[in-house]
Design a binder for this molecule. Sequence first.
Ligand SMILES: [Zn+2]
Length: 274
Amino acid sequence: MKIKFYGVRGSLPVCGREFERYGGNTTCIKISRENAHRIAIIDAGTGIRNLGKEIVNNSISQSVINILFSHFHWDHIQGFPFFSPAYNKNQRIGILAMGRQGKINNLKEIFSTQMQKEYFPIGLETMGAQFEFITYGDKEQLYGATIITAPQHHLYEGGSYGFRIEDESVTFAVCTDVEHINGIDPNVVSLANGADLLIHDGQYTEDEYKKFKGWGHSSYLHAVDVAMKANVKKLIITHHDPDHNDDILDSMEYECQKLFPNSIFAKEGMEVLV
Ligand SMILES: [Zn+2]
């Protein structure tokens, strides 16, 4: 499978020369198969705007574009009103919340609220695409892949959901906006267990984490700990702090690689094959 990062920043988009190499857009990940055009998307941070333009410009057509949401904080939904395919009346778009079946009944409202007229000039109903708002349980089949989800501690238990995606040849896990509040969370280790790739929140250094404990995020050391406990082959750190410029991220990556050599910090536009 191919994984491409359209946004790797956490909390808030940033711009400026000092952020050019890692990028300033917030979380958005495209997943596709190696030799197929069909895509799925995780999260609609501001990075989804460029992905939407790419879909339109390259005339990528598929009957349903599914966007799977880890949770609905601003930095994961803020790009949605700027997602070009959502303005195409012939396009079906699936807004998917896994693990939340029976737990939330306002999925549509989450999106219509951020687009109500006080906040945005165009309402959800007038965007044009045919939206489907679907809550799933803990395990689902999509495009022939199995997706397993588990609640993560992000301010509270179930504040976000991590994903394990498996097909016949590869397994990878995406665990962002996760805090290991009482030691490493066994749910997260289990999602990542034996994976070819783990994409994990690593917003803080160890010293920063001491200051921001309880804010819902991990240090890159937590990510390394999960990667080791789960025996994953490769680790990608994401959800970079808006105060971390390229030089700071370079040095964090350098330290991280001393502990887990097959690790990198995600950069906007980066594509990895697993
Ligand atoms: Zn976030």
